[in-house]
Design a protein around this ligand. Structure first.
Ligand SMILES: *Cc1c(COP(=O)(O)O)cnc(C)c1O
Length: 424
């Protein structure tokens, strides 16, 4: 077989890239949705990842256990009371953390609130929070609600960093704003990947700058985890949270992941909102009214785990453990690079689009955000009519996310062919 050493704009290249793909058999592990009885081209894993075939089996297992054992299942030889321990190893591998620094619990926005309750502790002049302009609404709402609750006016104390005209946020600019805010800054809270532009931020440099002025740095990694490997522990990130239904393929609205660096997590006096599930496991069921938190992020847990939906999360994590995030990332760089190559080398499409996502591979994940100067909606409708699932963001942006777990190079080729039909 001919080995592909560089991209070419022909259908044979896509075919060869698929044949050479070491992860090609993993597509089989997922249910591919259909429209009109035909499998779609699903480029929307940044919004809702596809369902692994083993998911229903894992859920059925817990349902059966509930049916057969009832409350005893909490304390059998695979006890539900320790269910949240099961995903920790896989999660820590995905985000570069220690086992006791990560846990899956609640939902993303709920966890952002819990983290803000801990890490936004304004004192004296130190009240400001830095976010990006055009932040995801839920993050914006969570942050401003904490400010308001503490009697701090966001109009005066929320700093929103504006991206340039292409939606790009330079690390220099972010660090400059942080260093300028100095000791008025309490917290930097940014996305790992900005959902609209697809830009992956430099978590480490931003965290270093925040620490230099005595502020905390936390990240919403909703678009990062399962997409790009990160090193949260080593990079001294203070905290992070993410959802599990985007690149983590755990099902709609499923449980969220949380990271708290051990320097804070192991401090039993660190401020927090508390619940009984954060209580030291040896005394939890003694039902006492003094709180002795479990060391690490588990000390932030509120409630006993939702076993049924956690089973879906564990099913997906099992697949990630099998492949490894670094292998997925390797394919992802090729797959998205191929999409970019085809778009840039198509004379019909090229004048009509501006790729907002950075060219630099270390500044992006799967997703490319295509800004259409004109006919964006027509292009979107043509793709949809031909069985391509993408998402549309106002005013004129189509986000395309080829996911290495289940997408192919030939699908990328097909989508660019369909776009070409719109503009020739
Ligand atoms: C997907 C996403 C959310 C969604 O929040 P939920 O609480 O899971 O509904 C929030 N913030 C960002 C940045 C996201 O990408």
């Amino acid at each position: 077989m001919k080995k592909v050493t560089h991209f070419q704009n022909d259908s044979l290249t896509a075919k060869l890239l698929d044949q050479q793909d070491p992860l090609k058999e993993f597509r089989e592990q997922f249910h591919i949705p259909k429209r009109n009885n035909k499998e779609v081209i699903y480029f929307c894993g940044n919004s809702l990842g596809l369902q692994p075939k083993i998911t229903s089996e894992k859920i059925d297992f817990e349902l059966k256990k509930w049916a057969e054992k009832g409350v005893d299942a909490h304390f059998d030889d695979d006890p539900w009371i320790y269910h949240h321990h099961k995903g920790k190893k896989a999660i820590s591998n995905l985000v570069g953390a220690k086992i006791h620094e990560v846990v899956a619990m609640n939902n993303l926005t709920t966890n952002l609130h819990l983290l803000l309750a801990s890490f936004y502790q304004p004192k004296g002049n130190r009240k400001k929070i830095i976010i990006e302009k055009g932040a995801f609404p839920s993050d914006y709402f969570a942050i401003t609600s904490h400010m308001k609750q503490k009697g701090i006016n966001p109009n005066d104390h929320l700093i929103e960093i504006s991206p340039d005209e292409n939606g790009y946020l330079s690390t220099e600019k972010i660090c400059h704003v942080i260093l300028t805010a100095k000791d008025t800054l309490a917290l930097v809270m940014l996305p790992g990947i900005q959902y609209y532009s697809g830009q992956f931020l430099d978590l480490k440099s931003i965290t270093n700058a925040a620490h230099k002025v005595g502020a905390y740095a936390g990240f919403d990694l909703a678009h990062v985890v399962g997409n790009i490997p990160v090193k949260l522990h080593e990079d001294q990130i203070d905290f992070a949270a993410w959802c599990s239904y985007k690149y983590l393929n755990s099902g709609p609205g499923n449980v969220s992941g949380v990271f708290i660096h051990e320097t804070h997590g192991n401090n039993s006096n660190f401020p927090r909102l508390t619940g009984w599930w954060g209580q030291n496991e040896t005394i939890r069921f003694k039902m006492k009214n003094y709180f002795d938190p479990i060391p690490g992020v588990d000390g932030w847990m509120l409630s006993n785990a939702n076993i049924i939906s956690s089973a879906a999360h564990l099913a997906s994590l099992e697949l990630f453990e099998k492949v490894g995030i670094h292998e997925l990332r390797k394919k992802s760089v090729l797959l998205t690079g191929y999409l970019e190559y085809l778009l840039k080398n198509n004379v019909a499409i090229k004048p009509h689009i501006n790729i907002l996502t950075p060219e630099n591979k270390s500044e992006r994940g799967c997703q490319l955000s295509l800004y259409f100067y004109n006919q964006g909606r027509r292009a979107f409708d043509h793709l949809a009519k031909n069985g391509v699932v993408l998402d549309w963001r106002e005013p004129n942006v189509i986000r395309v996310a080829p996911v290495p777990f289940y997408n192919t190079f030939q699908e990328v080729g097909r989508v660019v062919d369909l776009l070409n039909q719109v503009f020739v």
